[in-house]
Design a protein around this ligand. Sequence first.
Ligand code: PEP
Ligand code: MN
Length: 341
Amino acid sequence: MIIVMQVGASQAQIDGVVGYLREQGVEPIVLPGQDNTAIGVPATLDAGQRVSFEALISTLPGVSKVTQTSHPYKLASREWHRENHIVEVKGVRIGEGFVVMAGPCSVESADQMRAAAKAVKSAGATILRGGAFKPRTSPYAFQGLAAEGLQILKQAGEEFGLVTISEVMSPDMVGLVAEHVDILQIGARSMQNFPLLIEAGKSRKPVFLKRGPSATIDEFLLAAEYVLSQNNPDVILCERGVMPLDRTYVRNTLDLAAVPVLQEHSHLPVIVDPSHGTGVARYVLPMALAALVSGASGVMVEMHPNPKEALSDGSQALTPEAFANLMRELDRLRSAWLVRA
Ligand code: PEP
Ligand code: MN
């Protein structure tokens, strides 16, 4: 239940409602907003109690209206947390402005990661990606360098002063991945691996959660809820494309409408991955620009020093030159956008 206070309700009126709720044995959550305050009441009442409770509360001084929460998720909902949540990692603020995460699909060698990190840094991006544990469709495909890959990524990140992100696929690996990287990525295929979500939540590291290929918005936010419920507020949502109608031209269908939808219903930052979202390097630039226009807080882009030799996802990887161009185009669009606004 959400109690919306009137615009201009006094602190004494807010305290009055909070005091009344506590007397009834409910611990409210006060949600200050720009114009007015809302007070959240966790759903512990049965339907009958709720109706009489609701009628009473609406008569308290300063109360504008009482509404039922409309979503199955709570901690991920904007109803309970009105301001945008900013995830701050080593000075990089995700959820404010536009951040770019880039790097190869897989960590392949120290030389490859140094070259990638150099290209990420010199183009002006702040976060370096690289998978050490790879969720591959085939067990015969390259599975990643595991612990060695994490070490390589960590070194490249430290050398070039970049925040690092890498995927963790199983709960027992959370500790190891968290020791080496700044942000834990949970891949699309693992979005509903509930023990993994819980373990990642317990790690206290920011969690970058990718939307499952067939996940609805509610399923996606409920997956985020698992992490948040471990007292870890730092979840970053990533739209990376959903099951396409037609795989002839693209690998997935990038659901850009999910960006404003998620932002309306959740306070968590939303990042777009145009690389997995299209699967085709030449479509990454237009979709990255579209992500900026959609209001996303950033993009995650695959870039490889030599895409032709990539051990995974080479066909969607940008070259360092194409990546530098993407960064320039994003800047150009941002300036045009600011002029327009
Ligand atoms: C990846 O980021 O390399 C990856 C495997 O992504 P997704 O989980 O979105 O398929
Ligand atoms: Mn990939």
